[in-house]
Design a protein around this ligand. Structure first.
Ligand code: F1X
Length: 308
C-alpha cells in the first residue's frame, strides 16, 4: 500500500458565491464538505488510480468526527490517530463570476507530546507495509518544526521511499533529511532558495539534500530535476477552474508513477494531466477520470539536454 501522512487534516468546506466582494455580506449558493488536508486528497486520487492507500495523521473533536464519517465510505483506509483538540476547517470561496478561489485555512488543533508519541509508534508499524510514503501539508500547533525531517529519517531507515510536499521551515529542514522527492510550487521553491528561476532553484534544492525535485509551475506545468535528467511537462492549454487540490493530484501522479516504475516523462505527464483534470473539477481533490484520460496524451514533455 501507499501511505499518506496529513498531520493537519481538515474538514474542507467549499462555498460558491455569485461574486466575492470584500467587506460585503454574501449569500452562498452551494456548499460542499469534504475530508481534506493534502494527504487525504492524495490518497483519494491514488485510490481512483487503483492503488491501495492508507491515510494517517491526526483527527479529533466534532469536525474530526465529521471528517472520519465522510472518509469511511471512501477507499483509503483510515489509520488516523485521535487527538483531544478539534480538527480544523478550511474554507474555499469560489467566485462564480470569475471562477477565482479564495482560501481560508484555520491553524488546527494543538497536538500534545503524548499524541505525537502515539502517532510515531503507529507510523513505524504502517511503514512496515508501505511501498512509498507521502508527507503532506502544514504542521499543526504543538508539532516541532523538524517533524517532517524526523519522519523522513524513519522512512529512510525502514527503506521506504519518501515524497515531501510542504513549505517554509518544515520544507527546509525536511530537505536536509534527504527525502527521495520534494514537490514545491514556484513560490515555495523561491522562498526556500531565494531564486525565482525554477531551474536554478530546483538544482539548489537538490544540492541541499533532495534526491529529486519536481516543481509545479502553474499554467507552465511541471519541471523535474532528477539524477537521470531534466524534463518539463506542460498541459495542452491553460485550464481555468478551482486549483484547490491540483498539487495533491500531481503528488498522487508522481507516487503512483514511482511504485509502477514508470519512466520520468510518463510520470510527469500523468502528474500534469491529473493536476489539470482536478482544476477542471468543481470540488477540491476530485477529478473526472475521462477528462484525465483525454488530457494525458495531450501533455507535452520536453527533455532538457543537461542532466541535473
Ligand atoms: O494548510 P495546508 O495543510 O498547507 O493545506 C490544507 C489545504 O488547503 O490543502 C488542500 C489542498 O491542497 C486542502 O484540502 C486543505 O484544506
Amino acid at each position: 500500500m501507499i501511505l499518506t501522512v496529513t498531520l493537519n487534516t481538515a474538514l474542507d468546506i467549499t462555498y460558491r458565491v455569485p461574486a466575492l466582494t470584500p467587506h460585503a455580506s454574501h449569500r452562498v449558493t452551494d456548499v460542499a464538505e469534504r475530508p481534506g488536508g493534502k494527504g487525504l486528497n492524495v490518497a483519494r486520487v491514488l485510490a481512483a488510480l487503483g492503488h491501495d492507500t492508507v491515510v494517517t495523521g491526526f483527527a479529533g473533536g466534532p469536525s474530526g468526527a465529521v471528517l472520519r464519517d465522510l472518509l469511511a465510505p471512501l477507499a483509503p483506509v483510515d489509520a488516523l490517530v485521535p487527538v483531544s483538540g478539534n480538527t480544523r476547517r478550511t474554507v474555499a470561496v469560489v467566485d462564480a463570476a470569475t471562477g477565482d478561489t479564495t482560501q481560508l485555512n484555520e491553524p488546527g488543533p494543538t497536538v500534545t507530546a503524548d499524541e505525537w508519541a502515539a502517532f510515531l509508534s503507529s507510523y513505524a508499524e504502517l511503514l512496515g507495509g508501505a511501498e512509498a510514503v507521502a508527507l503532506c501539508g502544514s504542521l499543526p500547533p504543538g508539532i516541532h518544526v523538524g517533524a517532517y525531517a524526523e519522519l523522513i529519517r524513519r522512512a529512510r531507515t525502514a527503506g521506504v521511499p519518501v515524497l515531501l510536499d510542504t513549505s517554509g521551515e518544515p520544507l527546509r529542514r525536511g530537505i536536509a533529511a534527504r527525502p527521495g522527492l520534494v514537490k514545491p510550487n514556484a513560490d515555495e521553491l523561491a522562498q526556500l532558495t531565494g531564486s525565482r528561476d525554477p531551474l536554478r532553484a530546483a538544482h539548489d534544492a537538490r544540492r541541499r539534500g533532495a534526491h529529486t525535485v519536481v516543481a509545479s509551475l502553474g499554467a507552465d506545468g511541471m519541471l523535474a530535476a532528477t539524477p537521470e535528467g531534466l524534463w518539463q511537462a506542460a498541459p495542452p492549454a491553460r485550464v481555468k477552474g478551482n486549483p484547490t487540490g491540483a498539487g495533491d493530484s500531481a503528488v498522487a501522479g508522481l507516487l503512483s508513477g514511482l511504485v509502477e516504475q514508470l519512466p520520468w516523462p510518463e510520470r510527469l505527464a500523468r502528474a500534469v494531466a491529473l493536476s489539470a483534470a482536478t482544476v477542471l473539477a468543481p470540488a477540491a481533490g476530485e477529478f473526472d477520470v475521462r477528462t484525465y484520460e483525454d488530457l494525458l496524451p495531450q501533455v507535452e514533455v520536453t527533455a532538457h539536454a543537461t542532466a541535473a
